[in-house]
Design a protein. Sequence first.
Length: 59
Amino acid sequence: MRNWKSAGVEPSIDELLGDEIMVPVMRSAGLCVGDLRALVTETAERLNSESDWVRPPID
């Protein structure tokens, strides 16, 4: 994965899922790349479609 923190850019989903540490993390959670990609995509679409969605306050 590129050094995205120093560049001020967040990693793409492909970069995150392609990161070597993600394989054992996903395996321990019982997920595969396809499952996690679908979940993230569905969540992003749902959030983007909800025009009245408001971010909850941070305590």
